[in-house]
Design a protein around this ligand. Structure first.
Ligand code: MG
Length: 298
């Protein structure tokens, strides 16, 4: 199934997307006992999904809305914890980043031996169509990064690689927007990654059963219509099971945790001179079969 979070009468609600994608069902009307918050809904597991599946056939007119007319928010608009992110997880991007001069820790091997995991504060999340507030970057070096995001269902610690995919509830798309000079100047990436509004997410959250082979998905970004990044999930240096096993080795993953899996080559600092985002630009990031997310830059 495919889900969105949207705002109706000033409150966030969960919508289930009907076959064909033209309509959504407002679950707070069609199945009012379900949680209205996406993280709670995810934590409610398979039983909640079954209720939502039945609600898709609702006859309540008030519950059925035209997809194009709803006010979409990020599918997980208020993550409980920071977004877990992976750095340098595509070969070409790892080389591009080290060559750019923006990698404060360059000089070590360009290709990491183990996943580089950092986080991005939850205040960064914005929805489809919302403006990326580039003006908040004091260093004027805003860059885009398309990423497939994995959303955890059942939590756990010490999750084995072979069991990892059972912990994936679904997928969405994020743009790991980054202030490059902050990322470089402060050595640790957190500040450059955590400016308010620097994590556009969405538009939909697609359950894992809708994605038979995640490795085949194509990840792309465009700036003002120009193709900048284009890769397959198969090109990840560390695949999704490895990331889940690595992160959960000592830390308990929780339902609704989000793992941004890394970005391929073609980011703004890959060009000479760098192509930073500026006011008036429009960025579209997409993962085939999951969705396309467009945000203006302001
Ligand atoms: Mg990234």
């Amino acid at each position: 199934m495919r889900f969105v979070t949207f705002s109706r009468r000033g409150k966030p609600r969960i919508g289930a997307v009907r076959e064909g994608g033209r309509e959504i069902v407002d679950l707070s009307v069609a199945a009012p006992r379900l949680p209205a918050d996406m993280t709670d809904f995810i934590a409610a597991g398979g039983a909640a999904l079954e209720v939502a599946a039945r609600a898709l056939g609702t006859r309540k007119k008030e519950a059925r809305l035209a997809f194009a007319r709803v006010n979409l928010l990020a599918p997980v608009p208020s993550p409980r914890r920071n977004i877990l992110c992976v750095g340098k997880n595509y070969f070409d991007h790892a080389h591009e980043f080290d060559r750019s001069g923006f990698n404060a820790t360059a000089g070590a091997d360009a290709i990491p031996d183990v996943p580089i995991v950092f986080t991005k504060a939850s205040n960064t999340v914005i929805g489809p169509g919302a403006t990326i507030p580039a003006h908040l970057d004091p260093t004027k070096s805003v860059d885009y990064e398309v990423e497939l995001a994995v959303v955890i269902g059942a939590g756990g610690r010490k999750i084995a690689r072979r069991d990892a995919m059972k912990h994936v509830w679904g997928y969405t798309v994020v743009n790991d927007v980054t202030a490059r000079h902050l990322q470089s100047r402060h050595k640790q990436w957190f500040l450059g990654k955590s400016i308010d509004g620097f994590c556009p997410m969405g538009p939909v959250l697609v359950t894992a059963d809708e994605v038979p082979d995640v490795k085949k998905l194509r990840v792309q970004s465009r700036v003002n219509g120009e193709l900048r990044q284009d890769a397959l999930v198969r090109d990840l240096i560390f695949d999704i099971p490895t990331l889940i096993a690595t992160i959960s080795a000592g830390m308990t993953l929780q339902p609704g945790d989000i793992i941004a899996t890394g970005t391929p080559a073609g980011v703004g600092i890959g060009f000479t001179p760098p192509k930073f985002l500026k006011k008036g630009d429009v960025v579209t990031v997409s993962v085939d079969g999951i969705g396309e997310l467009t945000n203006p830059v302001g």
